[in-house]
Write a protein that binds this ligand. Sequence first.
Ligand code: GLC
Length: 648
Amino acid sequence: MYNHTLHQQIIRKLQDQQIDIAGTDNLFFTRFIANATAIDALYNEIYGRHPEQQHYFDQLIRVISHAYTSRPVALKNRDKEKENKGVWFLSNEIAGMSLYVDRFAGSLAALSEKLTYFNQLGVNLLHLMPVFESPEGESDGGYAVSDFRQVDKRFGTNEDLGKLQQHMQQENMYLMLDIVLNHTSHHHQWAVQAKKGDKKYQDYFYMFDDRALPDQYDRSMPEVFPESSPGNFTYIEAIKKWVMTVFHRYQWDLNYRNPAVFMEMLENIFYYANLGIDILRIDAPAFIWKEPGTTCQNLPQAHTLLRLIKQCVQVAAPGMALLGEAIVAPKEIMKYFGTGLYTAKECDFAYNATHMALQWDALATGDTRVMLAAQHEILQKPFGTSWINYTRCHDDIGLGYDNYMIQHAGFDPFEHRRFLKDYYSGNRHDSPAMGALFSVNPKTNDARISGSLASLCGLEKALADNDSTAVDISIRKILMMQAHAFFLGGVPMLFYGDEAGYTNDYSYLKDPGKSYDNRWMHRPVIDWKKNGNINKKGTIENRIFSGTKKLISIRNRITAVADHKNITWMTPHNIHIAGYLRTFEDKKLYCLFNFTDQPAYLTWFAFKEHGPAPLRLWEHWEEKEIGVGYDHEYLVLEPYGFMLLEPV
Ligand code: GLC
């Protein structure tokens, strides 16, 4: 939209900074002007009534321009290359892994030496769990940051990170890092100053002299860690104030009502962008705006701030995609892609958390109806955005999908969730899963689930029982779960260790900095001797690794798997089988998954409901050709088996 005054203001500011708007920097200038009205409107929606509104808006223009002028030429070129690909991250040729640098490789420098491992597996995107400074013992796995710009000594130096990024770039790999937007560690300089009584920095946080407002907030705010960190406020004796601490008491919530906080964090975002990050994972964005009387999650202002961030990034670092880590109700997750005028202009990615949990639901029940009942919501994702698909990550599995989805399948939500919690936490004799309940809240009956992919699929128990048939079944389950997530559409994100069948690691119980948080049971320390087995034919590690690798390579070859919003769920002729069809131009891929321990039968009619019926199909997983039968005949899927069928 044309806005003369605003555009003139921007032009003057850019010229002050020697930016050549008519020459070399013209593309940047064009992007700035194209996004200016949106930036102005979004900024004013939040800060329009702030007494220093103009001062901070000028600063915003400076921050964006500085981000651009300090962006290394190599990254500017990479931005252009990505732009030439259309929406680069929708590709079927990206597969990621999320890992803790220290637990995986020891250090950033050592990780740089491990790139061949990822190459062997087919992984070309790495999500490094937080690497910036955070106090040992009070780090929440790095999500309590005490310095946003200093790599923690545990992992190496800023230089090591730079070298790793360059090395990855040479190898055509992508890098994903976090910005922990919602809070800082109480050891961050801002918190330290606030604790010394500095008013300026006290305004960076939500601080109160008495319990009046905290009590009001607490009445409507849920608790994130009710067991280990009940309540949402912590008393700071030194200044006799209550500070908002939604996560742990050592994670202080930042106050985005203060524009100074927004500017500082935007500068940090650009600092990360200019390190060469391809995907920025915005940690816990649902929480960044608080309003008494609400849950303080998913508020409209949180979306406005994210949109503002997106438009600014679009101008100065257009190659960096944003992932909103919103692990919330299905309808709410969808809003992080943007709505209305901002559809597909907020976060580029979100975690497909609803579907992830539904896979575990289907695996426990052997029934895919709840999964299906949720799809009309999940399919709302706008074109041009994508999912991070996964079976496990460093966090727990929350059963946060809606009750009506469970009811549609004919189950009682309370009993159904109780069954799932019992099934995965070792509370049922008929379950091979070995996990644990996380963050049990006796007030709401809510609980989530911890445990590694292998342990939840029964491998730990099978090994303890020395039962080779059970080992085989667990491996089938692991690969079926991975395949189901890999072909959905979106970027598959493995969790390190899962590619080699790591079961739960209980050593966290001996570490007082971790023992209160059982998510550590599924965050293994990699034993490279064990991982060496990936190359020894027939070992468990080899079977899982080579299966995972094969899935990635099949995915890389089939363009219909790229995320063009091209997924259609097949009619559920058999409730034990989840089937979806991926189509692109004249290509089709039928993906079928049997979630039970029995053979499952699917009428061949299922293949005749979506355009011309194929006569013969190539099954990519077992590499065999199959003829399509008559409608009264059946295709049979093995227990926990799956098929990836392409018409020939
Ligand atoms: C995100 C992280 C989680 C962390 C929380 C607080 O949800 O994934 O591990 O505890 O944010 O930063």
